[in-house]
Design a binder for this molecule. Sequence first.
Ligand code: MG
Ligand code: MG
Length: 256
Amino acid sequence: MAIYIKGPEEIAHMREAGRINALVLEAVRRAARPGVTTLELDRLAARLIRAHGAEPAFLNYPSGTPGVPPYPATLNVSLDDELVHGIPSRRRLRAGQIVSIDCGTRYQGYIGDSAITFAIGEASPMAKRLIEVTREALQRGIAACRAGNRVGDISAAIQTWVESQGFSVVREYTGHGVGRDLHEDPEVRNWGTPGTGPVLRPGMTLALEPMVTVGPPLLYVKGDGWTVATVDGSLCAHFEHTVLVTEGEPEILTAL
Ligand code: MG
Ligand code: MG
């Protein structure tokens, strides 16, 4: 395992990548209304990223699975029981759905990676609670992202909170280091033991991304080879920020 510590110039690029990514997610969130297709959201994101002199970081990402083509789009748009990696399509959004949007932006060779989940119109009380619990899980993970702590402290903060609320964390997918590559060391699990794992040091940049299910955290991949959904069809949510470990407070690089 090699964890890359970023220098000041690299961090400046990552700040800009993160800022652009945040602007794009906010624009997509505003555009997401009943009747809009997920492909229209994708085109909006691609246009905005390129207008900022940056590139979509997910486009052409290798699947790692023989026979499954590289990722074909800018966004992951995952609906209801879909957790991550939903491929934009002609599907139209409907009121009452929850939508998870994950976006990556590469600027000057450095990547910002973040995700949000929100309701289209009015969601069920359970969906609202799921979204709030997952959002709070990310905040608790970020609060643990301090120099001298260990990766397991982040993991435990997320898991403890989510399970205390009666929901489950997913085991198949994790947060990760991020920088020149979309996925760098270390793996940042959403479950774990305090005081274990690599020590956090200033200059590390981590993508924290709690993925939470209402039902059992059992997943499958749909026939397109990418879209990940819950086996029992129950709702799930996903929030993500790219975070810089500093000498003091953690800096969220993908916040507006
Ligand atoms: Mg992401
Ligand atoms: Mg990520």
